[in-house]
Design a protein. Structure first.
Lengths: 116, 110
């Protein structure tokens, strides 16, 4: 158990609906990452936060995707108007994010999204 | 790119045998990390090797790094059925994100 938790673990939704996922990082970690993984592929980076600041967003993150980390602790990832192509495992990770640090990331169990 | 490329894509061995997986990358790195993922689960951090290290051990795992060739290898000795998983390398420089390749899918048969 790495200490990163994600909720829900599974989500089934209909196309066009909005969904929101939550990630709780390891408490002392100031960096939080979101990745997306489809079957047979490695995780793809979506975005990451240092404390409450969103420092980088992937081009994969369309306007329908938004992530927040309002108090620098937990984070939410919202997908609006879901499409079937959004079906994937959404992974959250956290790290200490020390300047000059090694950035060892600890992953949560993931949220599996199925869009019907 | 900073992405790691694993080789082979799939590896099938018998329990007790050693498994070797390779990783190549293209840019300079601060460190290189190996992760394991069991089917449908999150990733588990296995080992991190710094750019100034050549070899590192952790239990049955041995990682080597050759920065001149921009390559790394992960050796699992005396494999067990429980080692069946996908293995990913992640070269890291700066900037936070890790960029993963497709991974090596290891199957260890009892």
């Amino acid at each position: 158990d790495t200490g990163v938790s994600q909720d829900p673990r599974h989500k089934i939704t209909k196309r066009g609906q909005n969904v929101t996922f939550r990630c709780d990082p390891i408490s002392e970690h100031n960096r939080l990452y979101w990745y997306r993984q489809t079957l047979g592929q490695g995780p793809e980076f979506l975005t990451y936060f240092q404390n409450e600041a969103q420092l980088e967003k992937s081009r994969l993150l369309s306007d329908r995707f938004s992530a927040e980390r309002p108090k620098g602790s937990f984070s939410t990832l919202e997908i609006q108007r879901t499409e079937q192509g959004d079906s994937a495992m959404y992974l959250c990770a956290s790290s200490l994010g020390l300047a000059g640090g090694q950035n060892e990331q600890f992953f949560g169990p993931g949220t599996r999204l199925t869009v019907l | 790119s900073q992405q790691g490329e694993e080789d082979p894509q799939a590896l099938s061995i018998q329990e007790g045998e050693n498994a070797t997986m390779n990783c190549s990358y293209k840019t300079s790195i601060n460190n290189l990390q190996w992760y394991r993922q069991n089917s449908g689960r999150g990733l588990v951090h296995l080992i991190l090797i710094r750019s100034n290290e050549r070899e590192k051990h952790s239990g049955r795992l041995r990682v080597t790094l050759d920065t001149s060739k921009k390559s790394s290898s992960l050796l699992i000795t005396a494999s067990r059925a429980a080692d069946t998983a996908s293995y990913f390398c992640a070269p890291y420089n700066q900037g936070g994100k890790l960029i993963f390749g497709q991974g090596t899918e290891l199957s260890v048969k009892p």
